[in-house]
Design a binder for this molecule. Structure first.
Ligand SMILES: [Cu+2]
Length: 223
């Protein structure tokens, strides 16, 4: 009983204060960069966010929705085809230049087109390797999507304004990495200081994204 109490007190004494870290990712020209994923590590003690072990990606109007999905290592990602025609899901680890590292190792399955009044065709895959995966379809070569399997509990997709809030980071130094589908080379990690009251930083990158084509009136991620 006494030992338990002492351990609890010590834990409280050593655990750093947790605070929000707000990050704005900037492109090569200094403008906010959408579709970036922010991955933050901290070696300070304290609670970690729960891992994201489930995600669903739809195939809808010839697109993967959402276009970028962030999950934790070991997550089960489900796919469903909402279009009335067939699609493939080609899923593989993505290397530099936005191509598959080893097409021979890719997972591939075909999802039949949806029949009115019936549930969509679905399949899933557990992702046990950290890093970025590229999604594609053999029938429609323009269909592209990405999954980032994070090796840290603090990992999130930025908003349209390039901004994201990572809650519950321990006070002290934190290491920030940025991923973007169109980065040519991986940028060096940046160390930022998380204050007990929270911190906000902008992270410049060398990424210059291509103009995204979105049909008028369509929301970015179909939501
Ligand atoms: Cu397709």
């Amino acid at each position: 009983m006494r030992v338990t109490l002492i351990c609890a007190l010590m834990g409280a004494a050593f655990a750093a204060q947790a605070a929000d870290l707000t990050i704005t990712v900037l492109d090569r020209t200094g403008k906010p960069l959408p579709d970036a994923v922010v991955l933050v590590d901290s070696s300070a003690q304290g609670a970690r966010p729960a891992p994201v072990l489930d995600a669903t990606i739809s195939q809808e109007k010839l697109r993967f929705v959402p276009a970028v999905t962030v999950v934790s290592l070991g997550a089960k990602v489900s796919f469903n085809n909402l279009d009335s025609w067939d699609h493939h899901v080609i899923l593989g680890v993505m290397g530099a230049g936005g191509v598959y590292v080893d097409p021979g190792q890719n997972t591939q399955f075909r999802l039949a087109g949806r029949v009115a009044g019936k549930p969509p065709a679905t399949d899933s895959k557990v992702l046990n390797q950290p890093g970025a995966y590229l999604l594609g379809c053999h029938i429609h070569s323009s269909m592209k999507g990405h999954i980032v399997v994070a090796d840290t509990p603090w990992a999130k997709l930025v908003g349209e304004d390039g901004k994201v809030v990572l809650p519950g980071l321990p006070e002290g130094p934190a290491r920030v990495r940025i991923w973007h589908a169109e980065q040519l080379v991986e940028g060096a990690p940046v160390t930022v200081q998380v204050a007990a009251s929270g911190s906000a930083v902008s992270i410049p990158t060398q990424i210059s994204p291509a103009r995204r084509k979105r049909p008028a009136g369509e929301t970015p991620y179909g939501s």
